[in-house]
Design a protein around this ligand. Structure first.
Ligand SMILES: [Ca+2]
Ligand SMILES: [Ca+2]
Length: 205
C-alpha cells in the first residue's frame, strides 16, 4: 500500500526544463532581426533525455497570439526586434508535462546613419526679427536599420526634445553675414544616436 502510493507520486513528477531564463540579443544588420539560438534541455527522474517529447509555441511580440509552433527542443530562428515569448512543453514517458515560458528580447543596438544637408541658407524675417530652424530641416536622407525614416527623431543635441533653434538679429551680432555650425542628432526608436555637423548660413543683405 505504502509502496504503491510512493510509486504514484514518483510517476507524477514532470520533467524540469532547464533553460527558461530570458535571452537578450542585438539584431544583426540584415532585416532588423537577430539570430537567436534556443536549444532547450530537461531532466526527468524516470525518462532519459533522449526519450522526452518536446514541443514549443512562439508568441512573437508577446501579444497573446501564437505565431508558430514546433515539435522539438530547438526553437532557434531569426527573431524580429521586439519582445517575444517561447512556451516550452516537454512530456516524459509517464505522461507528465513540464512547462515553462521564456522571454526572448531582440534589441536594435545599431545607430542610425545620419546624412546632413551641407548647409542651410536662411534669413531673419523682418516681421518678427527672428527665424526658427528645425533639426529635421537638415535631414538629407538619414536612415536606420530598424526605425522607418518617418519615425526618426532629429535634434540639435542628444536631448531629442531639442528640435528647434531660434536666431534673432542679436544672434548676428551686427555682422552682415554669418555662419553657425550646428550638430544634428538622429535618434532611432531604440534611442541609438548618431550625429552629423553642418551649418546655418546667413547670407547678409
Ligand atoms: Ca504573437
Ligand atoms: Ca537602429
Amino acid at each position: 500500500m505504502g509502496a504503491s502510493s510512493k510509486i504514484e507520486i514518483y510517476n507524477s513528477i514532470p520533467p524540469e526544463i532547464l533553460k527558461c531564463q530570458t535571452v537578450e540579443v542585438c539584431a544583426g544588420n540584415q532585416n532588423c532581426s537577430g539570430l537567436v539560438e534556443l536549444i532547450n534541455e530537461a531532466v526527468d527522474d524516470c525518462t532519459l533525455q533522449r526519450d522526452l517529447v518536446w514541443r514549443y509555441e512562439v508568441d512573437l511580440f508577446s501579444d497573446g497570439t501564437i505565431d508558430s509552433v514546433g515539435n522539438s527542443n530547438d526553437a532557434s530562428d531569426l527573431y524580429p526586434v521586439g519582445n517575444h515569448t517561447i512556451y516550452w512543453y516537454v512530456t516524459d514517458e509517464c505522461g507528465n508535462e513540464g512547462i515553462c515560458e521564456q522571454e526572448v528580447i531582440v534589441n536594435d543596438c545599431k545607430q542610425p546613419t545620419p546624412y546632413c544637408e551641407p548647409g542651410i541658407v536662411t534669413v531673419i524675417m523682418p516681421t518678427t526679427g527672428s527665424v526658427t530652424i528645425w533639426a529635421s530641416d537638415f535631414d538629407a536622407g538619414s536612415f536606420d536599420d530598424c526605425t522607418p525614416n518617418n519615425k526618426l527623431r532629429f535634434s540639435f543635441s542628444s536631448d531629442i526634445n531639442d528640435t528647434g533653434r531660434t536666431f534673432t538679429c542679436d544672434s548676428l551680432n551686427g555682422k552682415m553675414q554669418m555662419r553657425f555650425t550646428v550638430t544634428v542628432y538622429v535618434t532611432d526608436e531604440a534611442g541609438n544616436q548618431e550625429f552629423c555637423t553642418t551649418e546655418v548660413i546667413y547670407p547678409g543683405k
